[in-house]
Design a protein. Structure first.
Length: 227
């Protein structure tokens, strides 16, 4: 039997562009900003059958029909949460966004001295600043790479525990400030597929970004429906 090679047009975990746009039709946002680390930046590798777009590219595409829509991505790889706050929050606020994505803490948790309370404070300060400026805010729970058998075997238990800890504190911050939190659950079938990751075993590839975008767009649609 010939194995079917997935593509974004047949992948049930991916939203077609038209479907994504329909889910966010009528959304009020016209100025979207993204701050954070490599996840925010959209670091990835291409995958046959999937458009070479980051998850933020796909969110921008879904919102792009709004008159005057514009977006700014300040994300840069290798930054810890404190650096994201110090270097990106100011320029992001100057952009006057009405929708802000805050993605930080992943590099902190990979350090030997993970300061979870410090990350919580930095995330809370960033989310609160955007909320005070009148923006809707979205935070992201990271996928656990160990569910796909990735990461050094001797550190997988620690990585998994810290990923769950970071996701939980990020969700708590979002809840405290009326933000939208995107959960990327370990239990989703695709979360255990190493085929959604780059060769580095850490970053999502184009297929993984398409999956993450679908989760994000659905969460935004639910957020709109509950407003």
């Amino acid at each position: 039997m010939t194995e079917t090679i997935p593509s974004e047009w047949t992948d049930p975990s991916v939203l077609a562009a038209a479907e994504a746009a329909a889910l966010l039709a009528g959304a009020p946002w016209t100025r979207m900003v993204t701050i954070g680390d490599s996840i925010a930046e959209g670091v990835r590798e291409p995958v046959p059958g999937y458009r070479d777009l980051s998850w933020t590219d796909r969110v921008e595409e879904a919102l792009g029909a709004a008159p005057g829509f514009t977006a700014l991505n300040l994300g840069r790889r290798d930054l810890v949460a404190a650096q994201v706050a110090a270097e990106q929050l100011g320029p992001a606020l100057e952009f006057r966004p009405d929708l802000a994505f805050v993605v930080a803490g992943g590099n902190d948790m990979l350090r030997p001295d993970f300061d979870a309370d410090g990350v919580r404070r930095e995330l809370a300060a960033m989310v609160a600043a955007f909320r005070a400026a009148g923006a809707d805010v979205v935070t992201i729970g990271l996928l656990d790479i160990t569910a796909a058998g990735l990461g050094p075997s001797r550190y997988r238990e620690v990585i998994s525990a810290r990923t769950r800890q970071l996701a939980a504190l990020t969700a708590d911050v979002a809840g405290e400030h009326g933000a939208c939190h995107v959960d990327n659950p370990r239990g989703h079938p695709l979360a255990a597929d190493p085929g959604i990751y780059c060769a580095d075993g850490l970053h999502l590839n184009a297929r993984g970004h398409a999956f993450a975008a679908a989760n994000t767009i659905r969460a935004l649609a639910d957020h709109l429906a509950s407003a």
